[in-house]
Design a protein around this ligand. Structure first.
Ligand code: AHG
Ligand code: MN
Ligand code: MN
Length: 299
């Protein structure tokens, strides 16, 4: 049984990046404890998206920053819970993260996650997802698991009793299969093409796997090896809700590294240039044929 460090060394990861993952896994361990035990109340502040922050958003964000500040390899950070990018050290690595995706689901005891994209850059403005050197998505469910990629495929790890992340599966491969996670179904009201797409999945007897959290929903695709997650835009929110830098780019790198696809309906998510930190994008991510179907039906 391999731990995450051994895995990273075995696939030939540069030492500095191994150290980055040491900090990230420390943060994930602490967030997983916080998610299980901490107060979930509203803190009365808004993030840059006008979304009310819950105590756990702020707490998870602080855990991430605290861990990353201890790491001399880190220079720049950007977070869904911070208004601007921030230089926190002199290292060459730059990390963009959503410390707690789906925080409003903690109260009802649904799964939530942490998403991280790793770059080497002096500013995130102008980067594209393809510039990422690595990505991570952690799921806090009955178990704490993480998917990571250092652009040498994708591996899944589980946090064990001793507080170590042990390899469960590497070389994860996405094929074709009938699971669908249709986000933003409200869009059906003004986009008949999306209703048509959803009807196709229903008529073709796909299995619905939708939790309301992007990380667990995509985690399902990566764990079962097939499926589609969609979050289109609609009349009032043309680009949907999900953020390119903090959510879509890292998840797309993981999906493509596993042989799946990810598109905004026109181009690969990973080719989209970041013009502002809070940029949103529609997303269709999962099995290649399903992503192609989304593009065809919605064009
Ligand atoms: P946040 O980081 O603000 O908690 O975002 C959660 C996201 C994502 O996980 C999920 O797919 C989406 O919000 C669901 O949003 P709606 O229920 O509003 O469509
Ligand atoms: Mn989020
Ligand atoms: Mn969040």
């Amino acid at each position: 049984m391999k731990n995450i460090k051994t895995y990273l060394e075995d696939v030939g990861t540069e030492e500095a990046l191994v150290k980055i993952f040491e900090s990230l896994t420390e943060a994930v361990k602490k967030i997983s404890v916080a998610v299980r035990t901490a107060n979930t109340g509203k803190v009365g502040t808004m993030n840059s998206y006008g979304e009310e922050q819950v105590a756990l958003d702020v707490f998870s964000n602080n855990i991430m920053i605290e861990e990353l500040k201890k790491n001399s390899m880190v220079g720049l950070i950007a977070s869904e819970e911070l208004p601007d990018e921030e230089k926190i050290g002199d290292g060459e690595f730059a990390l963009a993260f959503d410390p707690l995706d789906g925080s409003s689901l903690v109260d009802v005891n649904f799964s939530v996650g942490t998403i991280v994209g790793v770059y080497k850059t002096k500013s995130f403005i102008g980067v594209k997802g393809d510039d990422q050197l690595a990505a991570m998505a952690a799921v806090y469910g009955p178990r704490t698991t993480i998917f990571i990629t250092v652009k040498k495929g994708v591996a899944r790890f589980m946090l064990n009793e001793e507080g170590e992340f042990m390899l469960e599966k590497d070389n994860i491969e996405i094929g074709e299969g009938k699971y669908f996670a249709p986000g933003n179904l409200r869009a059906c009201a003004d986009r008949p093409a999306y209703l048509e797409l959803v009807n196709y999945w229903i008529k073709e007897k796909y299995t619905l796997r939708y939790s309301g959290g992007m990380v667990p929903d995509i985690n399902h695709i990566l764990s079962k090896g097939s499926g589609i997650f969609a979050y289109p835009g609609h009349k009032d929110e043309l680009d949907g809700k999900l953020r390119l830098l903090f959510e879509c780019a890292p998840m797309s790198l993981i999906m493509e590294q596993a042989g799946g696809a990810s598109s905004d309906g026109k181009i690969r998510i990973l080719e989209k240039i970041l013009l502002k930190l809070e940029q949103r994008t529609p997303i269709f991510i999962g099995s290649k044929e399903e992503v192609a179907r989304c593009k065809d039906t919605l064009k």
